[in-house]
Design a protein around this ligand. Structure first.
Ligand code: COI
Length: 359
């Protein structure tokens, strides 16, 4: 596969941020990006890695008006030996193409997707932080680029990958967050875009998140759009509950994103002989379990945050502590295990990590 590479000149390289607690998430970008274009005649073409730079887009570009965009999130981890690991990148490729089908966008070949990430991360290897907990976030994105403001699928597309060093997603790090159950808004409805990783789902969450933050809560818990009864997701993560020793997570029924971390949590828990149920669970059932003392833990799972323990649930103006309000044992164990595998500090029984080839 031909990927042309134009390296950033030395005096145009960006300064790398310190990889301490100030690193945060989403503030810094590395020196290069990958791009390729699609049109009906040439299909995918013009594969290149160039210096990170703004795009020149017409104000009529379709993505800007109708939101025809999908993306992925994965990370590269530097291990103690200096090797750089990816974690299940083929799952991101799979989901990208599922999102592409829903948003009427062209598929991307697995080899192209994985090779582009390989070459980009290898070129910007110095940007992969060397402290445990920090990593290089990778954001593959596909947008409709036709300059046209009638409503229809775009006929041209741009796929790009940018990367940047990140630390903890939440400023509080791996500490319990407080969650407000959202009664007023929905993230996604049946037949909608919920299972696609597309901007609209994140845009739908902004006002609810703003209102919850205004009332002092860290995140929003989404209920189903029809009855506002069943749990769907928390913030931008999948949700898990441990009740009477069983790990429960809502099933992927079309309105919930099929998270890579969600899948990893389920597989790890099963391998530890923890019963796992992918079942609908109502907010009333959760509160009943909280009242009768059988609700042991709640946590979110996602690429950016990894595992995010929930210490408090607020519903209809009342706050309910979860467990003892501290990080639960299982959340802790999963966080350590997933991070341990990602940084090659623990065995990788499922062969989830693959190295970046640093020739
Ligand atoms: C991720 O977890 O990778 C996401 O894409 C969520 C985003 C809000 C950072």
């Amino acid at each position: 596969m031909e990927i042309s590479i134009q390296q950033a000149v030395t005096n145009n390289r960006r300064e790398k941020p310190p990889t301490d607690a100030t690193l945060g998430f989403g503030k810094y970008y590395s020196d290069h990006m990958f791009t390729m274009a699609w049109n009906p005649e040439n299909k995918w073409h013009d594969l290149k890695i160039t210096p990170f730079a703004p795009f020149n887009l017409s104000p009529a570009t379709m993505v800007l008006h109708y939101g025809q965009t999908i993306f992925e999130g994965l990370k590269a981890y530097r291990t103690e030996t200096g090797r750089i690991n990816l974690f299940r990148p083929e799952k991101n490729w799979e989901r990208l193409n599922q999102s592409a089908a829903r948003l009427v966008m062209p598929e991307i070949d697995q080899e192209v997707f994985l090779t582009a990430i390989q070459r980009l991360v290898a070129l910007d290897r110095d940007w992969v932080p060397d402290s445990y907990g920090a990593s290089l976030y990778i954001r593959p994105t596909l947008i409709g680029t036709e300059p046209f403001i009638g409503l229809k699928p775009s006929s041209t597309f741009l796929f790009f990958i940018i990367t940047g060093p990140v630390g903890a997603y939440y400023p509080g790090g791996f500490n319990p967050v407080s969650i407000q159950v959202c009664e007023r808004y929905s993230r996604a409805g049946p037949g909608g875009l919920g299972e696609a990783k597309t901007a609209a789902n994140y845009a739908a969450s902004l006002l609810a998140q703003k209102e919850a933050s205004g009332q002092g809560f860290n995140q929003v818990l989404w209920l189903d759009a029809c009855e506002r009864k069943y749990l769907e997701e928390v913030g931008s993560m999948n949700i898990f509950l441990k009740i009477k020793g069983t790990l429960i997570t809502p099933p992927l029924g079309g309105s919930i994103l099929g998270g890579v971390t969600r899948d990893s949590v389920i597989r790890l828990a099963k391998s530890w002989n923890i019963p796992v149920e992918e079942n609908r669970i109502s907010i009333e059932e959760v509160l009943e379990a909280q009242r009768n003392g059988t609700l042991e833990e709640i946590f979110g799972a996602g690429t950016a945050a990894v595992i995010s323990p929930v210490g408090l649930l607020n519903y209809k103006g009342e706050s309910h502590p979860i467990g003892d309000g501290k990080t639960g044992t299982l959340a802790h164990q999963l966080f350590d295990e997933i991070m341990g595998i990602q940084y090659s500090l623990k065995p990788d029984p499922f062969q989830w990590v693959s190295p970046i080839h640093l020739e």
